[in-house]
Every structure is written in C-alpha cells, then in structure tokens.
Design a protein around this ligand. Structure first.
Ligand code: ADP
Ligand code: ZN
Length: 732
C-alpha cells in the first residue's frame, strides 16, 4: 500500500463515532503523527478517539483545522490493519468508524499503563454473609478466582464499592498492586508433541511447508471428528511460533473449552491468550496491547479476535469452519471465516479451515484449486466411526406424549447396563415449542415478534427466542378465555429430560442447553462432569454437537432428524447434514471401547440428507449440493446480498422498500436481479416489521459498488427506518 507513514502537518483521522461517516481533518501535533496512531480529537463539544488514517499533504486549509487533543499511549494500528479495515468496510458496505470500533474493542486504551489495584480471592467466606457479598463472590468465582479492578468487580456484581472493600477487610478478598499488561508466558514449540500417525504427519508437513513460504495461502483441512485435526493444526502453530510469528485459533465460542486450553498447554508448556465475551476488561486490554507488541505468541478466540492488532500474524486457524456462529449479523455483518482469508491475504499469512463437514463454499473453493486441501481419512488410533441407522417413526409404536422410540429406549438401557453413556440430541431449547389452547386452537405468540412463545419450565415462564421477552404461562386462553385448556405441544429438551427421568429412574441424566447455565464456568463444570463419567444420559441441544470429547459416550440418538430438513432455505440441507454428522460423531470417539452407534428418528428415512448421513458418502453429498447451487446461480457460484429494512409501521416500510426497488437501475447495469421486497425470514422483531430484498448477481459482478449506487438513489428514508446490508447472507 503506498500511503505515507508519517504526517508532519495535517492528518486525516477516522473518528470513532456513530454519526460521522468517514474521516475528518485535524492539525497534527508538534512533531507530527504516524499512520495508525490512536488519538483523541475534539468533535464539537466532545472529545472522541480516532486513528490517523491518511492525508492529502498540503491540500488542507491549515487555518481551519482544529488540533489533535492528544496522542493515545498505545501502539499504532499497522498499515496492514488499516488496509484490512478499509477493504472489509468496502466488502461489507460498513462505515469506517464501525470498522475502527471493531479494531479498538479494548477498554481503557487511552489510560496510561500504571500499576493498578487488583482484587482477588484470598480466604474463606466472611462470617456475615449478605446478598450483596454473595453476588461479589459469585462473580469472582465464576472467573476462576481471577483478578478484577475494584470498580469493575463492584459493577459486575451490581453492588457499591463499599461491599467489595468490606470483603477485603474481612479477609475473603485481597487487594494487590499489579503491573498492567504483563506479557504472556512464552509457548515452546519444541516440546515433544504426540507422535503423529502417518497421515497426520503428512498433513502436518503440508501445512508447515505452506507456512515456510511466508506467503498467503488457505488450506481446507478435512477429516471426520476424531481424526486428529487438532493435533495436526497444533503442529502448524508450532511452525509459526518457530518462525517468530503469531498464531490465532478461532473456535466457535462455546468450544473455547478448558479441554482445548489444556491441550495447548500440554503441547507448548503454557496457555495461549484467550479472547471472548467471558474475559475481564483488564484481560481484554492486556491481550490487545500484547498482541500489538508481540508479547503473545498464540491467541485462542471467538470471531472478534480477528480484529486484534497482531504485530506479525502468520497463521489463522478457523476450527469448525462451517459453524454458523462465525457469521455476525449485527452492526457489522460479516463472516469471520471469509474475513480471516482477507486478513491473511493482506498480511502474508496462512489460513487453515478445519472441519469434518465443510461449508459448500469452502468445498467448492478447494475443488476449484483456490484453496489447498488436506484430508485425514480415518479416525485416530483404533477408534472407528459409529455405525449409523434410522428408526422409522411411521412404523415405531410411539406412546402418546413420548419422544423416545422403543428401539432407542432399549439401546439406552443396554448402554446404562454396560456403564456407557448415551446422548439424546434435540435442537430445541425449553420445554415445548408451542403452547396452544385446546378449545380454540390459538397458539401463544410474542407480542413484539413474529414468533411463538416457548415454554421454559425451569423458569416457569413462556420465553420469546427472538427478543427474550417472557410472560407467565397462562391458565386461561388469551384468545377465547376458556380456563384450563392450555397445553404444551411438541418436545423441547426440558420435556425430553422429564421423559428420561420417568422411564430411566435410576439413570443419572444431565441437560446441556445454553439457557440453563448462568455462566460459562457452570457450563464448563457440567461438561467436565460428563467427561468424568458422572452422567449416564446426556440430553442436549446443538451445544453438544461442538467439539467436546466424552470418552464413554457410545450411543447418540437424534430425537427428531426431520427438524430443519424442510426449510425453504437453500442452505437447510447443508445445515442439517452438518449438525447430524457432527452430533453422530460424538459417539465412540475413543478407541478400545465398543463401536459407537448413532440412531436417527425420522419420518423420512428416504430423504437425501438422511441417506447421505447413513451411507457416509459425504463427498457425493457436497458435490450434489454444489451442483444445485450452481444451477440456481447461488453462492459461491453467484453473488448474493440481502437488504433488510425495518420500521414499526408495516405500510411505511413496505412503501419505502417498493420505492427503492423501483430505482434499481444500478443493479440492472451489472446484470443483477432484485427479489422482493418480501417479509424477512423473521417478519417482526421487537415490534419492528422487517422486509427483505435480495440481490443476486453474477460471480464477477461488482456487487458492492452497484449496491452503493443504488442506495444513493433511494428516496429520503422516513424517520425511524433502519436499513442494513448483509453481503453473503446465511439464509437464502
Ligand atoms: P479432531 O480435531 O479431528 O476431532 P482430535 O485432534 O481431537 O481430532 O483427536 C481425537 C482424539 O485422538 C483426541 O483425544 C486426541 O488426543 C487423540 N489423538 C489424535 N492424534 C493423536 C496422536 N497422534 N497421538 C495420540 N493421541 C492422538
Ligand atoms: Zn419477541
């Protein structure tokens, strides 16, 4: 990028506010400023943070410029980072300030790095316990006893600072002075790793060779669950560390498991930096600073870790690359997998996309030679893939109000007798998906959303899964008023747990569903207990499909394999294939034990997705999916963008969308088609009516600039209208 690195006079600064789109000019401080330097600038009466972005060198009217207020004492953003943010802004049609916010999401960046007071757990609970004190201790314990700034701790616990000080006086907590921003312990790539099997060694060597080029490249690392992909990509991390570069491993958030961190520690002698919503503010700042100054070698994180200011990022691993949680659909709409590829291509880094069930996009890119491909063909060691079968629900003799078929129940009983575990998978949180009136048939919906209310029996309330609103479970029908006729229809995991308790009274059961755990730590504990064999029957939502190792698990029962097969969505087949393959892969992961068994309960045993799962012909399935996408001109063969408009009033948003659609000349000019306006996949959320238009364009067409031109032609939006652009939407 040919952009000057130093600005002696005036500087163009990207300002971190919602309202300002783009960049403003300021007078550089005495001595000039560097590109990427974080600064505080005046904006009207306020002071806001910004970053030096570039300059016109001399075409400023110096007399009119306000001076930069001060420099922020933090490392400047690198030229690669600036280019990354700019290109991502272009690609996702996001205003630059929103991008800059992603890259500076660490608190207190503009505070000096002094020693600071840290509170940590030091002794037994106080003699006098109060609710407020308990809240403080809960926060500390949920973070493994880790340190907090006093004010932060009080805020997280929702108490005043004096409660924290009281606990210090009582000796339960202690306060120490700690230097800020300590470097992370060095990882040692040369500790002996596990001896690799032949195909693993070959795969690891291919990844190492790619790293040695010190150039950009992406590799799809494919292998069934349990084939040893993690061991292989840790060898790529080792090579990257040997080169003195930094490595980033992205995991779907829930899988930032203690297990993974322990594996890293076993391999490299120390833990990596961790970045996700559960870390403290001080850890957040520390990791940001240390990644910029190269004092952390390896970071494990959720998708937003991609925006850390690494000094020299050499490798990005995207584990479970097909996972839907890599797509953010809020403020900045982006796919962390795709943006990882963009970031690596700018910084000369390698990307490894690891999955047992790659996305059709990555599959096609590998087939076309855009990505290299490495396959692990078998499970590691003596572990075999599970045997697969269906249970035809049309023929099964199901009792009323029961969801576990006689055959599945029998298999569970046999596992229990042998001291093995069973997993029942049902991707539905709560007790029952529908609450309906038996007198009039009315179903209870959310007042604010186009969604049913879902009964959660542990909370004893109905909950909207769109907006989180809750209401009491009604005794009388809200529509016809008849008393005592409200019934729960269909199963959720809580109801399944009830059936398990009734039918297997001497089995120890545990339910894994995201809403049942108050904290990440509680969930981690539950997972550790299951791993230690303290459970006979696990009942779970898609939470259990991801990356956990349960050595004694030998049976997986998919309660409703038809869930998700019917959607009008072109991606429905791919998604349910991935989910079922993933969850079935939980069975029999360790060698030596009995071979695993996965049983799918279905009304459609002949459905192509079910047949593909049973036959194990995954490649044929992806090829067929890819062919279907190609003939429909859908991604990755064509380009797709969604425009979502929302407003409290239906006619207002519909009229506006139609007016936009009438001026779609710039789209036609690039050969794109416009579909809609039509109701969005969820037509109303939090009282706002949502309408969607879809743009489909040929693969090489300049979709972003055409959309920008189209949006510029749109009439003045009514007040309170919201518009968001989703390039490469997840559902179509
Ligand atoms: P994947 O990431 O493909 O699901 P993992 O890397 O987690 O597979 O490996 C599955 C299991 O096999 C893990 O328990 C792992 O520790 C073990 N394993 C894999 N490779 C080796 C090896 N070379 N030596 C010893 N154990 C291994
Ligand atoms: Zn709602």
């Amino acid at each position: 990028m040919s952009r000057p690195l130093f600005f002696p006079h005036g500087a163009r600064i990207a300002v971190l506010t919602q309202e300002v789109v783009g960049v403003l000019d300021y007078l550089a401080p005495e001595g000039g400023v560097r590109l990427g330097q974080l600064v505080v600038v005046p904006l009207g009466p306020r002071r806001v943070m910004g970053a030096v972005w570039g300059t016109g060198m001399g075409d400023f009217d110096m007399a009119k410029l306000r001076p930069v207020a001060r420099l922020v004492d933090a490392p400047p953003l690198s030229p690669e980072m600036i280019e990354f943010l700019e290109r991502m802004a272009e690609y996702t049609l996001t205003p630059l300030p929103s991008m800059l916010r992603m890259a500076t999401r660490a608190p207190d960046l503009d505070q000096p790095p002094q020693a600071r007071r840290i509170i940590h757990r030091a002794g037994p609970p106080p003699a006098r316990m109060t609710d407020a004190r308990e809240a403080v201790l809960r926060v500390i314990d949920d973070h493994g006893g880790a340190g907090f700034a006093p004010a932060e701790l009080a805020q997280l616990a929702g108490v005043s600072g004096s409660v924290v000080q009281g606990l210090v006086k009582a000796g339960t907590l202690a306060e120490v002075l700690a230097p800020r921003d300590l470097p992370y312990p060095r990882l040692d790539p040369d500790l002996p790793g596990k001896p690799l099997a032949a195909d693993q060694a070959e795969a690891a060597e291919q990844l190492r060779a790619a790293l040695r080029t010190r150039r950009y490249g992406t590799t799809l690392l494919r292998g069934v669950t349990g084939s040893g992909k993690t061991e292989v990509y840790l060898e790529a991390v080792a090579e990257c560390l040997r080169q003195g570069r930094q490595a980033l491993v992205l995991l779907p958030e829930i899988a930032l498991s203690a297990e993974f961190l322990a594996r890293v520690e076993a391999r490299f002698g120390a833990q990596p930096g961790e970045w996700h919503s559960g870390i403290t503010r001080s850890e957040r700042r520390r990791l940001w600073m240390m990644s910029a100054t190269h004092h952390v070698g390896m970071v494990v994180g959720a998708r937003s870790a991609l925006f850390l200011p690494f000094a020299d990022l050499g490798l990005i691993i995207v584990d479970e690359e097909h996972d839907g949680s890599y797509k953010q659909e809020d403020v900045v709409f982006y796919s962390a997998r795709d943006m990882a590829v963009l970031r690596a291509s700018i910084g000369g880094a390698q990307v490894v996309l690891a999955s047992a069930t790659p996305s059709v996009e990555s599959w096609v890119n590998a087939a076309a030679g855009k990505y290299a491909r490495v396959d692990l063909r078998a499970r590691y060691g003596s572990a075999e893939l599970p045997e697969m079968g269906t249970i035809d629900l049309r023929a099964a003799e199901m009792e009323k109000g029961r969801w576990i078929s006689p055959r599945l129940a029998e298999e569970i009983r046999a596992r229990k007798a042998r001291g093995e575990q069973s997993l029942l998978f049902l991707n539905r949180r709560g007790y029952a998906p529908i609450t309906a009136c038996r007198a009039c048939g009315q179903q209870v919906g959310c007042d604010q959303c186009d969604a049913r209310m879902v009964e959660h029996r542990f909370q004893n309330r109905l909950v909207c899964h769109q907006c989180g609103a809750t209401k009491p479970i009604p005794t009388a029908c809200p529509a016809c008023g008849v008393e005592g006729k409200m019934v729960a229809v269909g199963p959720g995991v809580e109801r399944l747990a009830e059936e398990v308790a009734e039918r297997f009274p001497d089995a120890r059961a545990s339910v894994l569903s995201s809403d049942l755990f108050g904290s990440a730590r509680a969930l981690k504990e539950a997972i550790a207990e299951i791993g230690a064999g303290e459970t006979d029957i696990i009942i779970g939502t898609q939470l259990v499909a991801k990356g956990h190792n349960f050595p004694r698990l030998t049976l997986v029962g998919v309660i409703d394999a038809d869930l998700g097969l019917q959607g009008a969505d072109l991606r429905a087949a791919e998604r349910s294939f991935q989910l079922m393959r993933q969850v079935a892969g939980r069975a029999g992961r360790e060698g030596g034990g009995a071979r695993g068994l996965a049983l799918l309960q279905t009304h459609q045993p002949d459905h192509p997705v079910i047949r593909a799962i049973l036959s194990g012909q995954d490649e044929a399935f992806w090829d067929a999916e890819a062919a279907a996408r190609q003939s429909a001109g859908m991604p990755p063969f064509g380009r797709l963008a969604g425009i979502i408009l929302s407003h409290p009033d239906q006619p207002v948003v519909e009229d506006y969308a139609r007016a936009m659609a009438q001026r779609s000349g710039p789209l036609q000019a690039i050969g794109a088609e416009l579909f809609g306006p039509a109701p969005a996949p969820i037509a109303r959320i939090r009282g706002r009516v949502r309408v969607r238009m879809l743009v489909r364009a040929p693969r090489q067409a300049p979709v972003q600039s055409a959309i920008r031109d189209w949006l510029a032609l749109a009439p003045k939006p009514p007040t309170n209208l919201r518009l968001s652009v989703d390039i490469d939407p997840q559902s179509f």
